[in-house]
Design a protein around this ligand. Structure first.
Ligand code: SF4
Length: 361
């Protein structure tokens, strides 16, 4: 896949676009005014691998809480602002590393000018974050089949709203911009980002908004974000799930790893098992997954290792030989391969231990 080049923007110490690794974001689900609960959740997300965190700023107290939250966390913090530009001013003053503005609900030029003035002073970027659920009212009024100058339907309206907003920011000599165009359905999301990336070099924050509960939301996000990344589009990602935000980070990591864009740990190749399998392969694969994907191990030399866990002699030896480390199981036992060579035969009860030993040495 060929990456489409974008302008590079810094959010705290994380670079977005311009060839930087695609970063992983999440958003807290706590009441931002509750500093200790919010900090606790951010720390959990940091541990899971979150690289940028966004918090909802729904009132002045939440904006002010950013100061205390920032003191206790390591990763850059983004303030999510809707309706009231004054919340952005306070969030910036309190140390937010980026502001997200929604063109659908903060659109008065004088208000935007105030935020831009403050963001310039603190040298922080603004994300212009369009959502299909909050398209600016003047565009919303257009009939659905109407064609904006950029395209039809809600995708065209979202892209137009962002391009118009960018023009306003650029007229104010502000170019520290990141863009998102999220719809709650996969095809509109993909279409909107594709339309936009043909027209602008600002870096893109990808996501399918309101994707749903963990299982279906992960599928929708993986398809939407994955399709765009395969097109070379996208500089930072957020998987939106109704569930534990750590799941968003894990899903984000898995998407990037599956596309070979980032390397967070060993890759497990395991067969689905069938009637030929004569060991408890599911248990073995789950145990290995759990042991090698915890955060401490992700950073060690085992990142990038391919580990094959296969149920029988049909595809087992072939996959196990091709992997860095592999096991091809038989009746109550398995043969371990390392770099294509047989290391030893082990009993089923010893498979997990022996595999782990070979993975970590
Ligand atoms: S490797 Fe063997 S056990 Fe696993 S799915 Fe294929 S045939 Fe079945």
């Amino acid at each position: 896949m060929e990456k489409i080049n974008t302008k590079q923007i810094r959010v705290g110490d994380v670079r977005i676009g311009g060839g930087a690794p695609v970063s992983i974001q999440s958003m807290t689900k706590t009441d931002t005014r509750d500093v200790s609960a919010t900090v606790r959740q951010i720390k959990e997300l940091e541990k899971a691998g979150c690289e940028i965190i966004r918090v909802a700023v729904k009132d002045f107290q939440a904006a002010e809480a950013i100061k205390d939250i920032k003191r206790k966390i390591k990763i850059p913090l983004v303030a999510d602002i809707h309706f009231d530009y004054r919340l952005a001013l306070i969030a910036i003053e309190m140390g937010a590393d980026k502001i997200r503005l929604n063109p659908g609900n903060i659109y008065i030029e004088e208000e935007i000018r105030e935020v831009v003035k403050s963001a310039k002073k603190r040298k922080i970027p603004i994300r212009v974050g369009a959502n299909s659920g909050s398209i600016p009212v003047q565009l919303r009024k257009l009939p659905n089949g109407a064609t904006c100058e950029v395209g039809q339907g809600k995708e065209g309206k979202m892209v137009k709203s962002v391009l118009d907003y960018i023009k306003i920011l650029e007229r104010m000599d502000f170019y520290d911009i990141i863009v998102s165009l999220k719809a709650s359905d996969v095809t509109s999301t993909v279409e909107a980002y594709r339309l936009f990336s043909k027209r602008s070099k600002y870096p893109l924050h990808l996501g399918v908004t309101a994707a749903g509960p963990v299982s279906t939301g992960t599928v929708k996000s993986s398809i939407g974000i994955g399709a765009l990344l395969l097109d070379g589009i996208g500089d930072t990602i957020r998987v939106s799930l109704t569930g534990d935000p750590s799941e968003e980070v894990i899903a984000g990591k898995n998407i990037l790893q599956a596309l070979n864009l980032r390397n967070f740990g060993p890759e497990i190749i395991s067969c689905p098992t069938c009637g030929r399998c004569q060991v408890d392969l599911q248990k073995i694969a789950e145990r290995i997954q759990l042991r090698i994907t915890n955060s401490e191990r992700r950073t060690t030399k085992i990142a990038g290792l391919k580990v094959a866990i296969m149920g029988c002699e049909v595809n087992g030896p072939g996959e196990a030989k091709e992997a860095d480390i592999g096991i091809a199981c038989g009746k109550g036992s398995g043969v371990i391969f390392k770099k294509g060579k047989i290391v030893k035969r082990v009993k089923e009860k010893d498979i997990t231990r022996e595999l782990l030993k070979n993975i970590t040495t």
